[in-house]
Design a protein around this ligand. Structure first.
Ligand SMILES: Cc1cc2nc3c(=O)[nH]c(=O)nc-3n(C[C@H](O)[C@H](O)[C@H](O)COP(=O)(O)OP(=O)(O)OC[C@H]3O[C@@H](n4cnc5c(N)ncnc54)[C@H](O)[C@@H]3O)c2cc1C
Length: 607
């Protein structure tokens, strides 16, 4: 069942609209800025530092300082979106308008804080967006992230987001060949069908029983751990006590995922399907002693207390658009095309320097919330960078004229592609691909997983494409670390060809025959390596989580109350790089906002 956002009942009260605050300060004049054709009200006088609005205003009319109310410029990111910083001083300046930065902005603005979001790109959303990826094609794909699991219902309700998720009827399908016959493992919401599929593949009831038991234990952890992610960070002992079962704790938190899987399952393909959740965006082995595969696995099975990965209706951009709307309606100012270049702080107040169209300006902030990566944060503060993060995935977006037929005739492609379609992801294949990449070569048989959004939600396709049966495909390849790409494009082309060849092994017709073409006649296929992601999105090393995922409890490296703290009391991380960040969750955005509200509870809603 799709989650339906409820009315904005819970959570902080909405702040009154901004104009009353501005008018209470008294606007001195209304001036028409002919160049951009909008109205400007001159407010404030006497601030010492110059804002960007002041600079531009002065250059146009030789008068300063200038500010104007957001409401005059319209609510949305369209033609009349905000283009200049309105004030010299903010309660919170947020560096980056990714979905987490927007969550922080919405919470803080609803609590009456004066909030400014500065985003370097020409749009908000970071890696959570929908975009027309192919020229002349009426389809808005979730260009980067594509499924939602970790977004707490609480955030949707608190912020009054009008955003729907749709459940997938099929969890996964994994094609394979057994005894010379094309077959596969189908995991659906129907336990009877899933049992049959396990029995047909493995020849016994054992593996399905193990599967049920294993995911029952994962659900036990999920129900207990997920609600803690939006509360102050527990200690390890507190979380362990909450889980309340030392055997289960040991399986997921102490021994390597490889050991747990080996002790639980016997079939190599079943083992691989389980292991993949420990490897998404995480370059490691099932046996790694640092347990980063366990941490990655944990975040992939606890979302919503169920571990379900749901389809964002309208694509991932629908979430970001709603977050931006919620933040703006609460009074936050969101500026795109504004890159923050430095943060200076004395622990009480901070000065944020940013660039916009070759102009440099500063703004004053009580708190600075950084949605950019921990590496970027270090650069902004002029501090030493943390250990570099590295991404290791290939993302491919496709539009098809039709879904390809499968060699395994026992399953309809509309079912197989509705869930996660695993390719070359048996346990041994995954380990072999890791070993090759760790030795400095791109995997010769690259593992990947594929999913068709439009089967669950055709609304991302234009009417004509939907009517004619076009479908989108998203492919997420594993074990392709950034260090293996030199930027020439050759490795990318080779990797893409090898990845498609793996998929073709299980198709009754080549994928290429099914690809749609764009307005220029080129196949609708867009591939992004970690290097591309670093360039496009500033993901450090292309790491989709900004850095390795963390345990959801206090550790030596994470000692703060909310897991968002830095060495400076008024500078916080509010993005994926915070403890309990990573993925489309809004959790670090929520937690950073809570940390601000706790630190400065006295600042009430502005009137
Ligand atoms: C290919 C891919 C597939 C993924 N699939 C999924 C998925 O299906 N489900 C899921 O849950 N997660 C997925 N993820 C991970 C998820 O998208 C990210 O972890 C999440 O979007 C991080 O959100 P964020 O807001 O913290 O950071 P980001 O989305 O990285 O946003 C940070 C923002 O800060 C801006 N910024 C950076 N530096 C500055 C600066 N100096 N000044 C101003 N602005 C700045 C950036 O431009 C960006 O907009 C995927 C990621 C990728 C790349």
């Amino acid at each position: 069942m799709a989650r339906r956002p409820a009315a904005p009942a819970a959570g902080p009260k909405r702040a009154p609209a901004r104009p009353s605050r501005l008018s209470s300060r008294g606007f001195s004049r209304l001036v028409a800025l002919g160049l951009v054709g909008f109205a400007v009200i001159v407010a404030t006088a006497g601030d010492e530092r110059r804002s960007e609005a002041a600079d531009l205003g002065a250059s146009i009319a030789n008068e300063a300082p200038w500010t104007y109310p957001a409401t005059l410029l319209g609510p949305g990111p369209g033609v009349l979106g905000m283009i200049m910083v309105l004030h010299r001083s903010y309660d919170a300046v947020i560096v980056g308008g990714g979905h987490n930065g927007l969550v922080s902005a919405a919470y803080l603005a609803r609590a009456g804080r004066r909030v400014l979001v500065l985003e370097r790109l020409g749009r908000t959303g970071g890696a959570a967006i929908s975009a027309p990826a192919f020229p002349g094609v009426d389809a808005r794909l979730s260009r980067y992230s594509y499924l939602v699991s970790l977004l707490p219902r609480k955030i949707v309700d608190d912020l009054g987001l009008r955003f729907d998720l749709r459940k997938r009827s099929v969890s996964s399908y994994t094609p394979t060949e057994r005894r010379g016959r094309d077959t596969g493992l189908l995991v659906t919401r129907d336990a009877g069908r899933t049992r049959e599929s396990f029995a047909r593949l493995t020849g016994s009831e054992r593996e399905f029983a193990a599967w049920q038991d294993f995911y029952g234990k994962a659900a036990h952890v999920a129900e207990r751990v997920f609600p803690t992610l939006t509360a102050p960070l527990p200690t390890e002992d507190e979380l362990r006590e909450r889980v309340g079962d030392d055997r289960i704790w040991g399986m997921f938190f102490q021994q390597t995922l490889g050991e747990t899987i080996e002790q639980t399952f016997t079939d190599d393909l079943v083992r691989g399907v389980v292991l993949t959740d420990g490897l998404i965006g995480t370059f490691t082995s099932a046996w790694a002693e640092d347990l980063r595969q366990n941490r990655c696995f944990l975040y992939h099975v606890i979302g919503g207390g169920t571990g379900d990965w749901d389809v964002p209706v309208g694509g991932m951009g629908a979430l970001t658009d709603e977050l931006a709307r919620a933040a703006r309606e609460a009074g936050a100012e969101i500026l795109t095309g504004h890159e923050v270049t430095a943060i200076a702080t004395d622990g009480q107040r901070a000065e944020v320097t940013y660039q916009h169209e070759q102009r440099t300006a500063t703004v004053d902030a009580g708190h600075v919330l950084v949605n950019a990566s921990p590496e970027a944060l270090a650069d902004l503060l002029g501090q030493e960078r943390p250990e570099p993060a590295e991404g290791a995935q290939l993302k491919v977006n496709m539009l098809l004229k039709r879904l390809p037929r499968l060699r395994d005739t026992g399953v309809d492609p509309r079912e197989a592609f509705a869930g996660t379609f695993h390719v070359t992801e048996s346990f041994e294949q995954l380990e072999a691909a890791y070993a090759e990449a760790a030795a400095g070569r791109l995997p010769s048989q690259p593992p990947s997983e594929i999913y068709c959004h439009s089967l669950s939600d055709p609304s991302i396709l234009g009417e004509a494409l939907a009517r004619e049966g076009y479908q989108t495909l998203t492919l997420f390849g594993l074990h392709t670390p950034a260090r293996l790409f030199d930027g020439s494009g050759d490795e990318k082309a080779r990797l893409l060809a090898a990845t498609v060849a793996q998929l073709d092994r299980y198709l009754a017709e080549p994928l290429a025959d099914c690809l749609a073409t764009d307005g220029d006649g080129a196949p609708c296929m867009e591939a992004k390596t970690p290097v591309d992601l670093e360039r496009d999105l500033r993901l450090p090393g292309g790491n989709i989580f900004h850095r390795d995922l963390s345990w959801p409890f206090r550790t030596d490296a994470a000692t703060g109350r909310w897991g968002v703290e830095t060495g400076h009391p008024n500078v916080l991380l509010c993005g994926a790089g915070a403890v309990r960040g990573g993925g489309v969750s809004g959790i670090p955005g929520h937690n950073a906002a809570m940390a601000v509200l706790e630190a400065r509870p006295g600042v009430g809603p502005r009137t």
